[in-house]
Design a protein around this ligand. Sequence first.
Ligand code: ADP
Length: 261
Amino acid sequence: LQDQLIQAQKMESVGRLAGGVAHEFNNMLYVIIGNTEMAMEDIAPDDPLQDILAVIFSAARRSAAITRQLLAFARKQTIAPKVLDLNDTIENMLKMLRQLIGENIDLAWLPGANIRQVRMDPSQIDQILANLCINARDAITDIGKITIETGNMTFDSAYCEKHPGFAAGEFVLLAVSDNGSGMNKETMANLYEPFFTTKDVGKGTGLGLATVYGIVKQNKGFINVYSEPGQGTTFRIYLPQYLAETKSTEKKNSDKIDLNG
Ligand code: ADP
């Protein structure tokens, strides 16, 4: 299962990287194709340069076809947001998470009462929790405890003034805590960096938290971490509440990112 997860993370990031590069290349290739065409029209048909330009033209066209293919591959990883009760989604995952963390670690589940709805792809919740639980498991050297908690949270403007980066509003909290090794300052500073890992070769990709961060940001949420060396770590994720009243504008916005429609 963990191998699969590592593979999925690698594919995700390679896909995203390839998509980004392909997009840029496509733009530049159209500049090359367009200008080559113009040059071919400008010079005399029997000019020896025509042959050279024809080679540039067909190579650029072939490259554009390849980048288009790559873009199509990257776009396959689309998201399908749904209105969710986070508690139900997590409950469906508990068995898998228990397997992931093993028998020596106790998993505590503290669902908040009457939690607000969120709108996101349930597989993204899977990814967030699996990554956070694997990290928590790896930080626990002996017998330990991981706690998953949900709840409602409201940020008012006074809070946001004191905490830059937070936006006022109603959120749903998803927290994962462990009583493992905790983190030093250097690790804390690089946490969300893709490929940053302190784990042994083959054990970590350094893409787990980069993926989590990407998902949280994509859903207009926030992430916070509290960690004390020797004490443990808590990740808190805040996801914006889904409001039925804002459905029409919500739909329009989400159509832009959800290519499945
Ligand atoms: P990976 O798990 O592949 O190393 P991540 O991006 O998920 O990549 O994590 C990056 C690093 O952050 C880890 O290598 C580890 O040093 C640190 N880390 C993440 N979560 C925890 C945690 N709960 N306790 C201690 N350290 C952690």
